[in-house]
Design a protein around this ligand. Structure first.
Ligand SMILES: Cc1ncc(COP(=O)(O)O)c(C=O)c1O
Length: 387
């Protein structure tokens, strides 16, 4: 067992890779300059930010000027959705926003806010029982006055991967901007934006062994968004504020490492994931897998245990030394069924009993074997309590 128990919540956050920390450290101490300053301290800080931008752009197959640094994945989603919507409304009178019902709150609450306060017409695309959006449905519902389409790349709660390139292609042919939240995807999937036809893409570093408090938004040149934070002209005047140099350096290093090692890690992750997906429905009665069986994040296993309270299960698992989740980190402690599970058609008796297990670099086969050993009794005990 790992020191202090077994952490199996890598979709919530990951530890900083030692190599990332090493790259960041000088920028907290000796290299503390403001990237906007003219002098040599400022120039060195600016070089660090621009090198980080170039490195991320090379990985994503885009131009450095198409990357805007933000403070987190949520900010990137807000900037994309609000920035696109406000620009489209004011320049071409577009009022329609199309998203899926399985978006992270950073997208869905932003879209709701635009509908409630600014009169946008918010429409949700249907999803199938695995939480996937069909390109046909998008093709039918997209309109000339659609301001933007935003569809999550890989779902944080149920791990399902959307057919992002096909969805994006439909938007491209209609000349409607397409944004994807790739906050979960970036640690394991392809994020080359030309291959995927994407116009805007959100990242958050703490999901790929980088620091918390930094994210990025890719904006394909030719797309205009309105800044949501105004002030200085940093980040091409799209996001005012002195850049957080150490965190930006860390994010770039973390993405380089993650993407270059992803084949190796993904192989291990999917083996551990498949062990869980295969074993638990076999040994625990009334158990379902949530999300798609094969089109899912390599490190993501999620389940529904009929008739239990998923949050209680998390408490029992924590007492046994396991850190898991019932959905997204934001859901923990919230007794309402998750809207993602509702959207895929699950009644509360199933949806309330959700468990998400996400493996990471330190996870070992023995950790998974132990979890598989203790879960049947934990679920049975909770079922007896709630019976
Ligand atoms: C899919 C998705 N989008 C956005 C976010 C928000 O990212 P951040 O924590 O960097 O704000 C998360 C975090 O869990 C996520 O999983």
């Amino acid at each position: 067992m790992q020191q202090n128990g077994v952490y199996l919540d890598y979709a919530a956050s990951t530890p900083i890779d030692e190599r990332v920390l090493e790259a960041m450290l000088p920028y907290f101490t000796t290299e503390f300059g403001n990237p906007s300053s003219i002098h040599r301290w400022g120039q060195r800080a600016e070089t660090a930010v621009e090198d980080a931008r170039e490195s991320i752009a090379a990985i994503m197959d885009c131009a450095p000027e198409e990357i805007v640094f933000t403070s987190c994945g949520s900010e990137s989603d807000n900037l994309a959705v609000r920035g696109l919507a406000m620009y489209a409304k004011n320049t071409r009178g577009a009022r329609h926003i199309l998203i899926s019902p399985v978006e992270h709150d950073a997208v869905s609450k932003t879209a709701h806010n635009l509908a409630e306060r600014f009169g946008f017409d918010l429409e949700f695309l249907p999803v199938d029982e695995d939480g996937r959006v069909s390109p046909n449905d998008l093709a039918i519902r997209i309109r000339d006055d659609t301001a933007l389409v935003s569809i999550i790349y890989a779902n944080n709660e149920i791990g399902t991967i959307n057919p992002i390139a096909e969805l994006a292609d439909i938007c491209r042919r209609r000349e409607i901007p397409f944004h994807t939240d790739a906050v979960q995807a970036a640690s394991q999937l392809d994020i080359t934006v030309n291959h995927l036809n994407i116009d805007l893409l959100s990242l958050g570093a703490h999901k790929f062994y980088g620091p918390k408090g930094v994210g990025a938004l890719y904006i394909r040149s030719g797309n205009t968004i309105w800044a949501q934070q105004t002030g200085g002209s940093q980040e091409f005047s799209l996001r005012a504020g002195t850049q957080n140099v150490p965190l930006i350096v860390g994010m770039a290093r973390a993405l380089e490492i993650t993407q270059s090692e992803s084949d190796e890690h993904n192989k291990k992750y999917s083996r551990l994931r498949d062990h869980l997906l295969g074993a638990l429905p076999e040994i625990i009665p009334d158990t379902q897998i949530s999300g798609h069986l094969s089109s899912r994040l390599p490190n993501h296993a999620s389940f529904l245990f009929k008739g239990i309270d998923g949050n209680q299960l998390l408490g029992v698992l924590d007492a046994a030394g396991f850190g898991c989740s019932s959905g997204s980190a934001c859901k923990t402690g919230d007794p309402a069924p998750s809207k993602v599970l509702e959207a895929i058609g699950l009644p509360a008796i199933w949806a309330l009993g959700s468990l998400r297990v996400t493996v990471g670099r330190p996870t070992r086969e023995a950790d998974i074997q132990r979890l598989v050993q203790i879960l049947p009794e934990a679920v049975e005990r909770l079922r007896k309590i709630s019976a």
